[in-house]
Ligand binder design. Structure first.
Ligand code: PLP
Length: 681
């Protein structure tokens, strides 16, 4: 159960054992330069020739060209350069050329970026035109038909890398023929190799780039097909390798490995059939439906590669899904580029007019044609585990009420945060500063834990609380009278919550809130909540141990101390980070040290491996750090080693504790990802 399940095949694949052997042979036994005429060189040339012969047959290159290169990005450059140079020459000869460089809206970035780059560099000044796609990711063929007579170059991918959607190349070919279009045609075949039949010379396609690392060859090797008669200009000039088409001594290890993959493909007994792959996808989809209620698939399965699933789950961000899968050692990717706080929407799903929640929350699960039964079965079990972890953490609806939390919970987004004061015994809570983006999350948390919300208060008079109040239903008495800050008219000086009390402190137009033992003597105030730290107002009401909990937290500080910032002491600070090698020695020297997992509770619950150094760890997610910091500071001699997946979150936790004066707080550098497998797996 502890091995990694790699379901990110559209990003890259592992290398086929036969390809590793071929690469090792090319570097060990047959290390010659294929351009040398002596025996050592001839042995290497035989490897090169064999790989090429196999590629020519497999892709149906006919009289066309096929050159090895560094991968698809290079192939795309060469194709675009070749087409644009020819267009410029034709224009200079006075021939009419189209004015448009048309590319599909869901193309890999390498295509529009290359078009813009070479169009500018060659001074062509043609117009880039993004061809829209429909809800199913299919190109707008009516628009392409209308544009075809003015198109100079058309770029469409064979299959999309995010969704696996397959382009109807036959329809495009027919349309170009019917309109008498003179356009050159580039088809990015990266995701199609090994998954779709290609017989290139029998098509109208002029340029087809390929990449080895998407089909079990190493990174840094690829191929470009150019149709016989299509214009060609080398991108790289020099020693004339590859028949003068691509100079530079060949990447023989890569070519030998790619040759081994192509040979396996040609032989036909290594990779799974379309039917088998489709049945694997159906099983994964069933598990996702069972584990993640409401999951939506972002592409029609019958029109996409059988190896790709792209999905979104209502109420969950792609970051949360990525994190829970990663904790279960299932490697997937988010369909979009993630920034630290918020995921940027996927341009592919945007082009398909998917709603924002689906486009920004998309996850891609993809496997290669080497996938096997056992891996898919294991992946399905882990998907179930991830679903259970998310249910237990109230991130997706659950029929059972979750075990209630006690203390403080911080929910943040982009530098601002809401705080929840929770009392498990009375199942009641108070919300401080509900952020608009957090309202759905707070609501489902309250419902799932079955809390009664005693008050929703704000540090500034604002309307967001009304939105949350409206959403909470029977969990909150909307009719209770409050002031503009949500403070209940019935609560005189303080609201009692379990054994604690919350008091409100007026400060000009803003309010601060103090939380501590009933009576709220300064010595017993544990937390002070405020929009901006207001030390002058708060100091007489609090004590040195009180933690300041800001509702703006741009720098991810979680909480601050009331004391003045510590001035440099004579004693040198111990290092903040321990790497996994140093951790063993540290734990031997400090057997009382506590290992703290700061990942979210759903990641902790989905985890399939013991903590670092094989020791069990305690789960204190960053959202609960303030609550626990207050207790840890009471005995700051116990070392705390924070860890997370990559070391980023644990570093913030350790920095927070150090700032608060805990000199024995550390972060595991590189996180679980870099911990040796014996420890992390
Ligand atoms: N085109 C598509 C569809 C891809 O998926 C990729 C890789 O992500 C590329 C082009 C670029 O390929 P390479 O990594 O070989 O440069």
């Amino acid at each position: 159960m502890t091995t990694e399940i790699y379901l990110d095949g559209n990003a890259t694949t592992a290398v086929l054992p036969a390809a590793i052997a071929a690469a090792a042979d090319a570097m060990g036994q047959r290390y010659g330069n294929p351009s040398s005429s002596h025996g050592t060189g001839l042995k290497a040339k035989a490897v090169l020739d064999q790989a090429r012969a196999c590629a020519l047959r497999l892709l149906g290159v006919g009289d066309g060209r096929l050159m090895f290169n560094s991968g698809a990005t290079e192939g795309i450059q060469t194709a675009v350069l070749s087409a644009l140079v020819a267009l410029r020459e034709r224009r200079e000869r006075g021939e009419a050329i189209g004015s448009l460089l048309v590319y599909g809206a869901t193309e890999h970035k390498a295509v529009p970026e290359s078009l813009a780059h070479w169009n500018r560099l060659l001074g062509l000044n043609l117009t880039l035109h993004k061809l829209p796609v429909d809800h199913d990711g299919a190109h707008d063929l009516a628009q392409l038909r209308a544009l075809a007579p003015q198109a100079a170059l058309v770029c469409t991918m064979a299959a999309n890398n995010e969704t696996g959607i397959i382009t109807d190349l036959a329809a495009i070919s027919a349309l170009l023929a019917e309109t008498g279009s003179q356009a050159y045609w580039l088809v990015d075949c990266v995701q199609a190799l090994g998954k779709l039949d290609l017989n290139l010379a029998a098509t109208r396609i002029d340029y087809a780039p390929f990449s080895g690392h998407k089909l079990y060859a190493p990174k840094g090797v690829g191929m470009l097909y150019v149709r016989a008669g299509a214009p060609f200009t080398p991108l790289i000039m020099g020693g004339g390798q590859e028949g003068g088409q691509r100079s530079g001594t060949e990447n023989m290890a890569g070519i030998a490995a790619l040759g081994a993959v192509l040979a396996a493909l040609e032989q036909g007994d290594t990779f799974r059939s379309h039917h088998q792959l489709a049945s694997f996808r159906a099983r994964l989809a069933d598990s996702l439906r069972a584990a993640l209620p409401g999951v939506v698939f972002n592409h029609p399965f019958d029109k996409s590669l059988p190896t790709t699933l792209n999905f979104s789950v209502p109420g969950l961000t792609s970051r949360e899904l990525m994190d829970v899968f990663d904790a279960a050692h299932v490697r997937v990717s988010s369909g979009s580029a993630c920034s630290a706080a918020k995921a940027a929407p996927s341009y592919v799903l945007d082009a398909m007019q998917a709603p924002l929640w689906r486009s920004a929350g998309a996850i891609r699960m993809s496997f290669g044609p080497l996938a096997d039964e056992a891996t898919i079965a294991d992946a399905c079990r882990r998907i179930e585990r991830c679903g259970a972890a998310l249910r237990a953490s109230c991130l997706i609806p659950s029929e059972r009420t979750a075990v209630p939390h006690d203390g403080l919970l911080q929910l943040g987004v982009e530098g601002a945060c809401s705080w929840l004061v929770l009392d498990a015994a009375s199942r009641s809570c108070i919300v401080i500063d509900p952020l608009p983006d957090m309202i759905g999350r707070i609501e489902s948390y309250v419902r799932c834990q079955n809390y009664q919300v005693q008050a929703i208060v704000t540090t500034l008079p604002d309307a967001d609380r009304a939105q949350l109040a409206g959403a909470l239903g029977r969990h909150f008495d909307v009719h209770a009278a409050t002031d503009a800050y949500g403070w209940p008219a019935s609560a005189a000086g303080a609201i009692q919550i379990g054994a604690h009390a919350l008091a409100s402190v007026a400060d000009g137009a803003s309010r601060h809130y103090l939380l501590g033992a009933i009576g709220l003597a300064p010595q017993s105030v544990r937390f002070a909540f405020c929009a901006q730290p207001a030390l002058d107002v708060l100091r007489p009401l609090t004590c040195a141990q009180t933690l300041l909990c800001p509702t703006r937290d741009e720098h991810n500080q979680f909480c601050l101390g009331m004391a003045e910032p510590a001035t440099a002491t004579a004693q040198a600070e111990p290092p903040l980070q321990l790497d996994s090698a140093a951790l063993d020695a540290f734990l031997q020297a400090h057997p009382d040290a506590q290992l703290i997992d700061v990942r979210e509770p759903y990641e902790f619950a989905a985890t399939i491996a013991p903590g670092p150094a094989g020791r069990s760890a305690r789960s204190v997610p960053l959202s609960r750090l303030a609550e626990h910091a207050s207790s840890w500071l009471q005995d700051a001699s116990v070392p705390l080693v924070f860890f997370c997946r990559s070391g980023n979150r644990s570093l913030k936790a350790a920095q927070c504790l150090r700032r608060l004066g805990h000199r024995q707080a550390y972060s595991l550098g590189g996180g679980l990802a870099l911990a040796p497998m014996a420890l992390a797996a």
